[in-house]
Design a protein around this ligand. Structure first.
Ligand SMILES: C[S@@+](CC[C@H](N)C(=O)[O-])C[C@H]1O[C@@H](n2cnc3c(N)ncnc32)[C@H](O)[C@@H]1O
Length: 211
């Protein structure tokens, strides 16, 4: 039974969006930079969903999370994969936009898909691979580190976001179960090949425990 949940984001408009949902009485929403967050209590779980890629120094994020966790607490991070076949299409779009805007000094980073702009904050996406992040967590003292790649398939669906437009929408339904079966098989690959599913993954989950 979850007693209390704190939802945190440095962006007030993200928190305002969250406030429009019916979150229940045990949820508190906080506008704060995670690195500056100073609650009075510690947490037994910290979930970080698609945020760590915007922290310039991942070590700082991991150390902060460790300090906020109780002994026996768990950190769960979901973040974009790298290196990944899914990155190519985004990069390509970014390059095309830059070429189109060349000479227009005012364009700045507006077409840069690695930038995330909310309120007055602008974040640059700096992805970190699963095994490197795992090493940072281990060095910080975390134990029992496990990884799961998420959305493991070739990015070829026309209807998908930032995928190569090869497979038409009407075939997606028929092909998705095969892609899922393939993903499940790939997770069972022996140790020397365990990086392979990450190359084909959009995102991954990494979980680690504070002893
Ligand atoms: C891609 S969005 C993900 C938002 C949300 N977690 C979700 O899954 O829908 C990245 C979020 O990270 C937040 N963020 C980036 N750096 C942060 C920091 N230092 N402290 C708190 N939030 C941060 C941004 O404000 C942005 O809302």
């Amino acid at each position: 039974m979850v007693r209390e949940v704190v939802g945190l984001d440095v962006s007030s408009s993200m928190i305002a969006q969250a406030k429009t949902r019916d979150l229940g009485p045990n949820v508190t929403l906080v506008v704060s930079d995670f690195l500056a967050f100073g609650p009075e209590t510690q947490f037994d779980k910290i979930y970080s969903i698609r945020s760590i890629e915007y922290f310039p120094r991942k070590e700082e994020f991991v150390a902060k999370a460790q300090g906020l966790l109780t002994h026996g607490g768990r950190l769960l991070v979901i973040t974009k994969s790298t290196p990944s076949l899914w990155v190519g299409r985004t990069r390509l779009k970014h390059l095309v936009r830059r070429a189109q805007r060349r000479g227009d000094e005012a364009s700045g980073g507006a077409g840069d898909s690695s930038l995330w702009q909310v309120d007055d904050h602008q974040f640059r996406q700096r992805r970190i691979g699963a095994f490197r992040l795992g090493r940072i967590m281990r060095a910080a003292g975390f134990k029992n580190i496990r990884y799961v790649p998420i959305i493991v398939r070739l990015p070829l669906f026309k209807g998908g976001e930032d995928e190569y437009p090869v497979i038409p929408g009407r075939l997606e339904g028929a092909l998705l179960p095969t892609a899922r079966a393939f993903a499940r098989l790939s997770w069972k690959l022996p140790q020397p090949l365990r990086w392979a599913p990450y190359l084909m993954s959009n995102t991954y989950l990494i979980a680690a425990d504070r002893p």
